[in-house]
Design a protein around this ligand. Structure first.
Ligand code: SF4
Length: 312
């Protein structure tokens, strides 16, 4: 029996869907076919007239149409004044549809940082929130105790946008009944169990504190250029974008887009420092020890690195 999937776009930019269209080996159509997924609806990709789309929603809400997987992309918009009428479908607040469908679905997946934690959509006046988190606080729209029909809470796949392979591989796991090991933010450890820093090709520069201060220099971007690589967990540098590269590999700092607090209120491309040492250090690091270690490491840096003779 085919697995039924409904993809709801809520308060977001549709960037996760655009990212998903870049999936390759397999691409989106291949994965749907391979997994025998019946895509009931995708807000950007499906075509249906208003009447049949409404009828589908009614059948889903009544239970006449089985719903195996609900994917929600974008934050749940609750404004103005808790009505949700800033974001509607067929005259109904989408938040009410999301609530109804989430309570019918076997699996609920939050696609991207806005759906997972609220993201940029929670920063304005639209009362946006994530499905089961608001920033770092558990609860969000569906509440702390929500579990889908399978007994699991919302599975969060943060990223701005989320990497397409994370979505296709998570779908594959869900369809095959594989157990997804979730971290403290309900994100699968398979893709969110390592930092972006692990796997960055600039690691040797980081190790010896060879710092980049201007774009285009070769060096680590943690100390001055705002790189969040050692601070956040996510699949970048483990899964390359377009199968080729990543931000940090081409000299753009990691913005920390998978982080529950993304986006932070201070500027990108700039590290907040005290005495040349970043204010935000990786979890569990003793500041004094780190300062001493990085001082010694910089003194020990090989000439090859100081001269930026690497290809990276
Ligand atoms: S550029 Fe960022 S991710 Fe790469 S080594 Fe430096 S801190 Fe780590």
């Amino acid at each position: 029996m085919a697995v039924t999937l409904y993809w709801m776009q809520a308060g977001g930019c549709s960037g996760d869907s655009m990212s998903l269209l870049n999936a390759n080996s397999p691409d989106l159509l291949e994965i749907l076919q391979e997994l025998d997924v019946d895509l009931l609806w995708h807000s950007s990709l499906s075509v249906a007239n208003r009447t049949s789309q409404r009828a589908l929603l009614e059948r889903l809400q009544s239970g006449e149409q089985r719903l195996d997987v609900l994917c929600v992309e974008g934050a749940v918009i609750r404004g103005p004044g808790g009505t949700g009428m800033y974001d509607t479908l067929h005259g109904q607040a989408k938040k009410n549809l999301i609530w109804a469908l989430a309570h019918k679905a076997k699996h609920v997946i939050a696609i991207g940082t806005c759906a997972s934690h609220g993201g940029i959509s929670a920063r304005g006046d639209v009362e946006g929130t994530g499905l089961q988190y608001h920033g770092r606080k558990r609860g969000g729209f569906l509440g702390e105790d929500f579990v889908a029909g399978c007994g699991l809470p919302v599975v969060n796949l943060p990223g701005c946008p989320v990497h397409p392979s994370v979505v296709t591989q998570a779908l594959s796991a869900v369809v095959h009944g594989a157990t997804l090991d979730l971290d403290a933010w309900q994100a699968p450890t398979a893709w969110y169990g390592t930092t972006v820093h692990q796997g960055c090709t600039r690691n040797e520069y980081h190790e010896y504190r060879v710092e980049e201060r201007e774009f285009g220099e070769k060096g680590c971007m943690f100390f001055h250029m705002g790189c969040n690589g050692p601070l956040v967990r996510g699949p970048c540098n483990k899964l390359l974008w377009n199968g080729r590269s990543s931000k940090t590999r081409v000299g753009v700092p990691c913005f920390g887009c998978t982080d529950p607090d993304f986006p932070k209120s201070f500027p990108f491309f700039q590290t907040r420092n005290i005495e040349g040492l970043p204010i935000d250090l990786p979890d569990g690091i003793n500041r004094a020890h780190y300062l001493a270690y990085k001082g010694m490491a910089a003194a020990a840096a090989p000439e090859r690195l100081k001269g930026r003779e690497s290809n990276i």
